[in-house]
Design a protein around this ligand. Structure first.
Ligand code: PLP
Length: 383
C-alpha cells in the first residue's frame, strides 16, 4: 500500500494566486506589474547605512527569541501613536507579519476551532488557518467591503474563537473610524472572540489616522496586534515584523517562535531600530502613494466602479462591465496590454468580479498602466 507523501492538509491548500501572476512577469521588461504588493522605494538610506555598519562590526549572530531589547522598547513606544499603551514585555519580534499570523493562529487555534475572516482578504489567512486544523469562516463584505456588527453576527457560530481583522485592508484599501471599530468591538465582546489585528498598512492611511482596535475599551485582553516593517519602510527583504499581545498569548507565541524560527534576522532588526527613528521617511513615501492614489483612482473611475481606498497601495475596481471573469480579465490584460494585476478571486470568492492593481510603481509607469487599462476596458466594456 502506498503511503501519502504530501500531508493531506498541504494537498488541500492552493498555491497563492498572487505568485502565479508574479512568476509570469519575472524577466519581462515590457510588462508593467501592478501585481505584487511590494513598495517600489528602496529602504531609506540611513536605515541601510545602520545595517551595513552593523555588518562591518560583525553583528551576525542570533538574537534573543523575543528580539533585540532596544527594538522591543522602540516598538512599544511607537505604538502609543496608534492609541495603545504597550509594555516592551508584550512585544515579540517576528520574521515578518507572515510569521506573526502563523504564530498567532497556531497559538490560539485547536483542531476544529473556527476563525472568522472578512473577505476579500489577504491570501495567507485561510491556508494558515487550515494548516493548524482550524475552520475558516468567510464573512463576505461586498459591495462596500466593510465589516460591521451585523456581518459578524450573521456568520459567527459557537466554534468561532478568533476574528482575523486587517485594516487598512489588502486588497480593498478599506479602513475604519473609531465609531466603526467600536461596533466591531461590541461584537467581539458579545461573541467572546479574540482579534488578530493585522495592521501592516497602518502607516499608509490617507483618511484620518489609523486607530488600533486594541486601544478601545474592553479590548485590552482580546487583541493580538501584528505589524511590521515591510510596507511602511519598504523593508520587505529584511523580514522583520512584530506581535503585541496579552502576556499569556505572547508566551504561547514565543514557544512556537522558539522552535520554528528562533529569532528574526539580526541585520533586519538593527535596521528596524533605525527605521522607528525615521518616520519622516515614511511620510515622504506616504505622500507619494497618496498622489498616485488620487491620480489612479480618478483614471479608473472613467471606466469602472471603484472605491477610493482609505489606505494601502491597492485599487480594487469592479470589472464586471467587461463581461469577463476576474481571471480572464487579468490574463487578457497581461497578454493584450502587458499589464499585470491580480484577479480578485485570489482574495476570496466575493472578490470575483474585481481585480487588484497595486499603485506601488513609479508615477510614469502608473500613468502608462492607467492608459492601457482604460483602453482595454473601453474595448471590452459594454456600459
Ligand atoms: N499581511 C498583509 C495584509 C499583507 O498584505 C502582507 C503582505 O503583502 C503581509 C501580511 C506579509 O507581510 P510581511 O512582509 O511582513 O511578512
Amino acid at each position: 500500500m502506498s503511503r501519502r507523501r504530501i500531508a493531506k492538509k498541504v494537498e488541500e491548500i492552493q498555491p497563492s494566486g498572487i505568485r502565479k501572476f508574479f512568476d509570469l512577469v519575472i524577466g519581462r521588461d515590457d510588462i508593467i506589474s501592478l501585481g505584487v504588493g511590494e513598495p517600489d522605494f528602496s529602504v531609506p538610506w540611513r536605515i541601510r547605512e545602520e545595517m551595513i555598519y552593523s555588518l562591518e562590526k560583525g553583528y551576525t549572530s542570533y538574537t534573543s527569541n523575543y528580539g533585540l531589547p532596544e527594538l522591543r522598547e522602540g516598538i512599544a513606544e511607537y505604538y502609543t501613536k496608534f492609541g495603545v499603551g504597550v509594555e516592551p514585555e508584550q512585544v515579540i519580534v517576528t520574521s515578518g507579519v507572515s510569521e506573526g499570523i502563523d504564530l498567532a493562529l497556531r497559538t490560539l487555534i485547536d483542531l476544529g476551532d473556527a476563525v472568522l475572516i472578512p473577505e476579500p482578504c489577504y491570501v495567507s489567512y485561510k491556508p494558515l488557518t487550515h494548516l493548524c486544523g482550524g475552520e475558516a469562516i468567510p464573512i463576505p463584505t461586498n459591495p462596500d467591503f466593510k465589516l460591521n456588527y451585523e456581518r459578524i453576527r450573521d456568520c459567527v457560530h459557537e466554534k468561532a474563537k478568533v476574528l482575523l481583522l486587517n485594516y487598512p485592508t489588502n486588497p480593498t484599501g478599506v479602513s475604519y473610524s473609531r465609531k466603526e471599530l467600536e461596533e466591531i468591538a461590541d461584537a467581539v465582546i458579545e461573541f467572546d472572540l479574540i482579534v488578530i489585528s493585522d495592521e501592516i498598512y497602518a502607516e499608509l492611511t490617507y483618511k484620518g489616522r489609523h486607530i488600533s482596535i486594541a486601544s478601545l475599551s474592553g479590548m485590552e485582553d482580546r487583541v493580538v496586534i501584528l505589524n511590521g516593517f515591510s510596507k511602511a519602510f519598504a523593508m520587505t527583504g529584511f523580514r522583520v515584523g512584530y506581535a503585541i499581545a496579552p502576556y499569556d498569548i505572547l508566551q504561547g507565541m514565543l514557544k512556537v517562535h522558539q522552535y520554528c524560527m528562533l529569532c528574526a534576522p539580526i541585520t533586519g532588526q538593527i535596521g528596524a531600530i533605525e527605521a522607528l527613528k525615521s518616520i519622516d521617511e515614511v511620510e515622504k513615501m506616504r505622500a507619494e502613494y497618496l498622489r498616485r492614489r488620487n491620480y489612479f483612482i480618478k483614471r479608473l473611475k472613467e471606466v469602472f466602479e471603484v472605491n477610493m481606498p482609505d489606505g494601502t497601495f491597492y485599487a480594487f475596481p469592479n470589472i464586471t462591465l467587461t463581461g469577463m471573469s476576474s481571471e480572464e480579465f487579468a490574463e487578457r490584460l497581461l497578454m493584450e496590454k502587458g499589464v499585470a494585476v491580480v484577479p480578485g478571486n485570489a482574495f476570496g470568492e466575493c472578490g470575483e468580479g474585481y481585480i487588484r492593481a497595486a499603485f506601488a510603481v513609479k508615477f510614469d509607469k502608473l500613468k502608462e498602466a492607467a492608459e492601457r487599462i482604460t483602453e482595454f476596458a473601453e474595448k471590452y466594456g459594454k456600459g
